[in-house]
Design a protein. Structure first.
Length: 144
């Protein structure tokens, strides 16, 4: 599996009930983290919407970058940036897993966040059934 510095990451931020300036600051922090960690950022998008749907312009851009091979990682602050809904989160992670991409989180361990949302076990099962990789970088593989 790739080290995070070898990833071509798409940065994504989402929030619902905040002023646009707050979302802009979140993205600036996220991009600052990528620079400090040495992660190559190939694009960025954001949404001001609920995380309960896949029908979000910024999310669609991030997933399109993964599907086309332009990015091999999606970078977020935490799991909730993708979705608070376990089903929607699983659907997003399926796209990453199907295309050999990983999720990178700057404020939490991606695996721990997926485990709390009861998504990691289903991704392990999918990986075993279809011979896929896991869509996160193991903590010991990260070099910060």
């Amino acid at each position: 599996m790739k080290q995070e510095q070898q990833c071509r990451a798409w940065a994504y931020a989402r929030d619902f009930a905040v002023p646009p300036a707050v979302l802009i600051c979140q993205m600036a922090e996220l991009l600052g983290d990528t620079e400090r960690r040495g992660i190559q950022t190939v694009g960025a998008s954001q949404d001001m919407s609920s995380g309960k749907t896949l029908d979000r312009m910024g999310l669609k851009e991030a997933l399109r970058a993964v599907r086309t091979g332009y990015a091999d990682a999606v970078l977020v602050r935490d799991i909730l940036q993708l979705s608070e809904d376990p089903y929607t989160l699983f659907r997003i992670m399926e796209v990453l897993q199907d295309h050999g991409a990983v999720l990178l989180c700057t404020a939490e361990d991606a695996y721990a966040g997926l485990r709390l949302k009861n998504v990691s076990q289903r991704l392990y099962q999918r990986a075993a059934c279809f011979g896929l990789s896991l869509p996160w970088i193991e903590k010991e593989e990260m070099t910060v």
